[in-house]
Design a protein. Structure first.
Length: 400
């Protein structure tokens, strides 16, 4: 008799029997619409699949939540403390992406909001810990991707994991989820991928940081350069005028313009054509240095700056404009304004460089030196030719 009873309890009928409902046990994809929220009773199957209201222990990249709650558990907060500490110690600036999830029970609208609130709770906590990098948080709604244990789907996932954090696994066995085995109740590993998470099979290696030139060295060289510019402008004392070439120098220090450098995304203070005001060399040096990164600038930017001649753009004496004056700017800007916006800054630089080099300077050489993108060369070249044609016409009229 005992043997027959044991055999009966081991049959598939008993294994799949659920006292809360008739028929086979519902799988994880069952749509429970009558429950008020994430795992909040309703028509949820009774028995071990629900696994109680408690949350699993957090790992370094996975935070687990209690039923119908977006509130971080003590285990979550400890894991996030470790994550934030490692992130800050690594001086990382890599963007952080957080995705929140709810399990399959409950109403869809409620679970959508619950998954978003869970992601936001993690993001807010990391921000409070001093992480200033870009953090995005997005609720993914309901999921059964992580396992039949409903608690495993009440989670938020952080990307990227930090290499110096060893990812612990929660204890396996009844009531515990192993991150290496997301289906401990069935003993089968979930080999599917969450479509909401990007898995890059060939991740790019981290880019090395550029060599930095100390800001003290940059300050010394900038001061020498401004002194040379002041002398080229015929200043007899330690004065210099803020002109177009000062803006060009500042752009190169910041890594923008021609030639391309390591852009620091900081704002230049010198107007595009300079403010045409006289400064003491020390004052103008200090104003520019204060807007540069305090730790120094990329070596590439520094080398580009050193190649810039310390003299103002000069026009050929025979042109009708004769010198860098209002008429030259008006004519240049009028022609450039008729071009597509993508072409305008390159055409403007090309005209300035063309005038600086002289009318006989090859247009193709100017385009190459300015660094015009290949797909814009045709339009920029036409703009330069139109400008020279206009200058020639003005000269002819003047000579009559």
């Amino acid at each position: 008799m005992a043997v027959k009873m044991r055999q009966f309890w081991q049959t598939d009928v008993v294994k799949n029997w659920n006292p809360g409902q008739a028929g086979p046990k519902a799988g994880p994809e069952t749509n429970y619409q009558s429950a008020a929220g994430d795992d909040s009773a309703g028509d949820a199957p009774a028995g071990p699949a629900a696994d109680g209201p408690g949350a699993l222990e957090a790992t370094s990249t996975d935070l687990f939540f209690e039923k119908d709650l977006p509130k971080l558990t003590p285990s979550d907060m400890k894991s996030l403390d470790d994550y934030a500490k490692a992130y800050l110690e690594a001086k990382s600036s890599e963007p952080i992406d957080i995705k929140g999830y709810a399990s399959v029970e409950g109403k869809k609208d409620r679970n959508d909001k619950l998954s978003q609130d869970r992601a936001d709770a993690v993001a807010d906590y990391l921000k409070k810990k001093g992480i200033s990098a870009k953090i995005t948080s997005k609720g993914q709604g309901i999921t059964s991707h992580f396992g039949d244990d409903l608690r495993s789907n009440r989670r938020a996932v952080i990307t990227p994991p930090l290499p110096q954090i060893k990812t612990p696994t929660a204890p396996t066995g009844p009531g515990r989820l192993s991150m290496r085995d997301p289906k401990p109740l069935t003993g089968q590993k979930d080999k599917t991928f969450d479509p909401n998470i990007h898995h890059d099979p060939n991740p790019s290696p981290p880019q090395p940081k550029p060599d930095l030139v100390p800001i003290t060295t940059v300050e010394q060289e900038l001061k020498k350069w401004l002194q040379k510019l002041g002398k080229a402008q015929n200043h007899k004392d330690d004065k210099v005028r803020s002109t177009t070439v000062v803006r060009l120098a500042e752009e190169r220090l910041h890594g923008r313009g021609y030639p391309p450098g390591e852009d620091d995304n900081l704002k230049a203070i010198t107007p595009t054509d300079g403010d045409q005001q006289d400064y003491s060399v020390s004052d103008l040096t200090r104003k520019i240095i204060e807007k540069l990164p305090p730790k120094g600038i990329a070596k590439k930017n520094f080398e580009h700056f050193k190649k810039l001649a310390a003299e103002d753009v000069k026009l050929p004496p025979k042109t009708v404009t004769g010198q860098l004056n209002k008429k030259f700017h008006e004519l240049r800007d009028k022609l450039v304004s008729k071009l597509p916006k993508a072409v305008q800054p390159w055409a403007k630089k090309g005209i300035d460089k063309l005038i600086e080099k002289g009318r006989d300077y090859a247009i193709d050489k100017v385009i190459e030196e300015v660094g015009v993108p290949e797909n814009l060369k045709g339009e920029v070249k036409k703009a330069l030719e139109d400008y020279l044609k206009k200058i020639t016409e003005d000269e002819s009229e003047e000579k009559k």
